[in-house]
Design a protein. Structure first.
Length: 398
């Protein structure tokens, strides 16, 4: 694992050369945020828990099919020492003096997508409210927060804040071609409440996901300077229709004062009784757990498990990993596994092409669709703009 984006590192051949250079084999790299070690750091409850998790990380299998762990290689202790101080959350503060714990960063579409358990446990002692982030949408970050992180921390949420923007709903209308790295289509930035309404099914689905876990949703309309009140009104109407509280927030431009309406809505929702539940029971089979997330959360009709993935799931259950929670690695651009499907797709099935066991972290994850654990650089990466000027000063970093 390393923090670079390079397609050439996704699949590699190593161990070439003399006998002492190793066994020739196919391997590959994951970006750090997608690695099991990052998730171990995020899910550990204390130093000794991290030591146990690191020690049981499976690095390979014997010819007899038995797992080879980091402790088998006598590497668990050294890994723990390297990460000993990293387990301590970073205490920072906002411009207005609110304490903020910034700690760990597993990818939301590949790993668990949540900040650390340690930071959350510490944060519960620092104020009346603890606000913690779950990466990407309710279909991924929130589901893993509920089904994985809450099981580890023992904490249960009182409220879920669902962030919505005019631009996101217009994108889910399917009426615009939005290309990563390129400016938004100019017509997308004009006043058009009908386009916002055309993407409403996506917001409805996300609100439904939160309600499915028994958590009260609050829709936060993240206002951009170029938004129009008529477009905010559409989002407000959708939220009210779904029985969710809603507020426009302008915290980016106005700080805490701009978020006061959202604060009031969250405060009201926190007073509601919750009936928190998981999407599946840990005693369910791995296939049933994957099916539960795909159908209950994503809205799929079911899952299609490849022969290789099916064999992997059987192997994991035979090795005692069957009671692990599951994570589904999929695109963040759609509720489905197909990035081209906008809104709230129906009539589709989740393709499970590969499964892996993150034994140290304590979950099994399925790779669905065209999902990569090592991202590639964009067509014009930032490095192309970095240089020095005539005075020897660095330019191009902003």
């Amino acid at each position: 694992m390393l923090d670079v984006n390079d397609r050439a590192l996704r699949n590699t051949v190593i161990g070439l050369g003399a006998k002492l250079d190793g066994v020739p084999r196919q391997a590959g790299f994951d970006i750090t945020a997608a690695s099991e070690i990052m998730v171990v750091l995020a899910l550990s409850t204390d130093l000794h828990d991290m030591r146990r998790r690191l020690g049981r990380v499976v690095v390979g299998y014997s010819f007899e099919g038995q797992p080879i762990t980091a402790d088998d290689l006598k590497a668990g202790g050294a890994m723990t020492v390297i990460l000993k101080d990293a387990l301590k959350p970073n205490l920072m503060q906002t411009l207005e003096g609110t304490p903020a714990l910034v700690h760990t960063g597993p990818f939301g579409n590949i790993a668990t997508g949540n900040s650390s358990v340690v930071a959350d446990l510490l944060g519960t002692h620092m104020g009346d409210y603890l606000i913690t982030e779950a990466g990407f949408g309710a279909d991924m970050g929130a589901e893993r927060f509920f089904d994985v992180k809450c099981r580890v921390s023992g904490l249960q949420p009182d409220v879920a804040v669902l962030v919505a923007t005019v631009r996101a709903l217009k994108a889910h209308s399917g009426r615009y071609a939005v290309v990563a790295g390129k400016p938004l289509p100019p017509e997308m930035l004009t006043e058009n409440p009908d386009d916002v309404m055309a993407g409403a099914d996506n917001l409805r689905h996300h609100i439904g996901i939160l309600r499915g876990f028994g958590v009260a949703p609050v829709v936060a309309i993240n206002a951009f300077p170029g938004d129009f009140d008529s477009e905010h009104d559409v989002i407000r109407a959708i939220a009210v229709e779904c029985g969710a509280r809603v507020a426009v927030t302008r915290h980016v431009a106005q700080g805490g004062d701009g978020a006061q309406h959202l604060v009031d809505a969250v405060d009201e929702a926190a007073a509601d009784a919750t009936d928190f539940t998981y999407a599946y029971a840990l005693e369910d089979s791995l296939v049933d757990k994957l099916t539960a997330v795909a159908t209950k959360v994503y809205g799929a009709d079911g899952i299609d498990v490849s022969p290789a993935a099916a064999a992997g799931l059987r192997q994991f259950e035979s090795l005692g990993y069957g009671d692990f929670p599951v994570v589904i690695a999929k695109t963040h651009l759609s509720i489905s596994s197909d990035p081209a499907l906008k809104g709230a797709p129906k009539g589709w099935r989740m393709p499970v092409r590969e499964v892996r066991a993150a034994v140290g972290a304590g979950y099994v994850y399925a790779i669905c669709g065209d999902m990569r654990t090592m991202p590639g650089l964009s067509k014009h990466p930032a490095a192309e703009r970095i240089d020095i000027d005539a005075d020897g000063e660095i330019v191009g970093l902003s």
